[in-house]
Ligand binder design. Structure first.
Ligand code: NBP
Length: 501
């Protein structure tokens, strides 16, 4: 029987769990590990004989629970959904008690986290934490988004702060240099307590919704550059590398430059991107964000558009048939001048600002709905390093919310107002070009529609209200009467002589 010589354990040794366990061990914490398929645990222990903190492989959940000293911190990284409940039930049966903390670090739906916290109260303390950064992030420093009972956070905090990505305190730039067994020293950790129950998982979901738009915008920029200028992938790679030295400096732009210069392993004369099927997959967190925006009545149209763009890409068979039947303009190639490239860069940057504005607007509404007090400056600051959307401009978002924590919309911040003022002529030119030439750019267009609608004192919704009142007696408010006073007209022309023509 194992003896309790550690405070932390981890369950689920797939991509994320293995790497997070090694990261925890790198920081000197002994850690007990368990995986449902026990051969995976054996291999993991065999492959990693020496780590600064000891890895304790367990063959059963009873052995696992016994290996951890109370109060236990058990990090769960199994497939989101019923597997989480199944593991929690089994852990309770194996001996976890009311003082022990189960940290669900998977991509769980925030409402499940709220439900689980209540359901398991008195048996264990259930805590939720988003983890972003993929395999490498988990291994060398992810962005961690914890939410739940503050007393549980106190037990998790030293581990989470140790293993999180670190950024420079002054510049907000990620501190590079982590290696196996040699964690980064110093810097500000990319984690902070975000709020009770589902707050951490909610923020992680919105992070993923923004990630969907970021990726869609980059792919639209790539497609426009390619379609309009006829550039090859390695030439496009050079452009993205250049952009990575501007305000667009970010992990996703950096990996795009890498992806575009990658040759096909089967045929080195080709580029890999050209042999990859143009049908994007999705696991659901973008859809959750978009459908939550619909539920709450928040105009996160670019997030929804990015999800729909993946859906459109996935009906490749239909698109192939339609491409032979449906006519549009023939694309006329432009000369590859720097002006077009810069215009597309500006369009990408302005659209990106709108995507973040939508994500933060959504979180603002959610905090009212769930009675959270989200600190948007802190959220932006813990996304500066470790996560997939890490980007230089997150420092600017951090600054914007630190200057004005009550900021209603990111677009109203003086810095971002100026950036869009500078870039919007180019943004509009690029969208005009896309429309004239018949090149799909749905996220660019939806972001501009968001910007134009948000800055409009008057929208055509007066006509919608009149139509609604006409066919459904839904009533309307008048500009010349106090808000909250509702009117109805007996519309049918038969009853209203002045409507007869
Ligand atoms: P997966 O999401 O692919 O899950 C595989 C793990 O879940 C394996 O350890 C598997 O055990 C275990 N598991 C399953 Br499936 N059903 C189980 C059950 N009923 N009881 C116990 N264990 C069960 O792993 P992942 O990609 O490492 O992701 C883990 C979590 O982190 C997920 O929630 C994911 O959404 C989230 N996440 C993933 C990434 C990423 O880049 N992959 C990034 C951020 C967050 P087995 O070996 O016995 O099948």
């Amino acid at each position: 029987m194992a003896t309790a010589n550690t405070r932390v354990g981890l369950i689920g040794l797939a991509v994320m769990g293995k790497n997070l366990a090694l990261n925890i061990a790198d920081h000197g914490f002994d850690i007990a590990v368990f995986n449902r398929t026990t051969s995976v645990t054996d291999e993991f222990i065999k492959e990693n004989p020496i780590t600064p903190g000891k890895l304790i492989g367990c063959q059963s959940l009873r052995e696992f629970v016994a290996a951890i000293a109370r109060p236990r911190v058990v990090v769960v990284l199994v497939k989101a959904g019923p597997a989480v409940d199944s593991i929690v039930q089994q852990l309770i049966e194996a001996g976890l008690d009311a003082e022990d903390i189960v940290v669900d670090a998977g991509n769980s739906l925030w409402t499940d986290t709220i439900r689980r916290e209540k359901e398991y109260a008195g048996k264990i303390k259930f805590f939720g934490s988003g983890v972003s950064g993929g395999e490498l992030g988990a291994r060398f420093g992810p962005s961690l988004m914890p939410g739940g009972d503050p007393a549980s956070w106190k037990h998790l905090e030293p581990i989470w702060k140790a293993i999180a990505a670190k950024v420079d305190a002054k510049t907000g730039q990620p501190i590079p240099g982590a290696e196996p067994g040699k964690p980064v020293q110093g810097g500000v950790p990319c984690t902070a307590y975000l709020g009770p129950n589902g707050a951490g998982h909610y923020v992680k979901m919105v992070h993923n919704g923004i990630e969907y738009v970021d990726m869609q915008l980059i792919s639209e920029a790539y497609f426009l550059l390619r379609s309009l200028l006829g550039l090859k992938p390695d030439e496009l790679s050079a452009i993205f590398s250049d952009w990575n030295r501007t305000e667009l400096d970010s992990y996703l732009i950096e990996i795009t430059a890498d992806v575009l210069r990658q040759r096909d392993p089967r045929n080195k004369r080709k580029f890999l991107v050209d042999v990859i099927v143009d049908a994007a997959g999705q696991k659901g967190t973008g859809k959750w964000t978009a459908s939550n925006a619909l539920d709450m009545g928040i105009p996160a149209n670019s997030i929804a558009e990015a999800v729909f763009a993946r859906c459109m890409s996935a009906i490749k068979g239909e698109r192939l048939i339609a491409s032979k039947k449906l006519r549009g303009p023939t694309i006329k190639k432009l000369r590859a001048g720097t002006a077009v490239i810069e215009a597309i860069r500006q369009a990408l940057y302005c659209s990106k600002i709108c995507a973040y504005a939508q994500g933060f607007q959504l979180m603002r509404e959610a905090q009212k709905e769930y009675n959270w007090k989200l600190d948007f400056g802190t959220i932006a600051s813990i996304w500066r390093g470790g996560c997939i959307i890490r980007a230089r401009f997150l420092q600017k978002i951090t600054d914007a919310y630190q200057i004005n924590p009550q900021l209603v919309n990111l677009l109203m911040d003086p810095y971002f107002r100026k950036e869009i003022r500078n870039g919007q002529d180019d943004w509009r030119k690029v969208i005009t070009l896309a429309v004239q030439q018949g090149i799909p750019a749905p996220a660019f267009m939806s972001a501009l529609a968001y910007y134009d609608a948000y800055r409009s004192a008057v929208l055509p919704a007066n006509l919608i209200q009149a139509q609604r009142d006409y066919f459904g007696a839904h009533t309307y408010e008048r500009l010349d009467s106090p808000s909250g006073e509702f009117f109805h007209v007996d519309w049918p022309a038969a009853n209203r002589p002045e409507l007869k023509v």
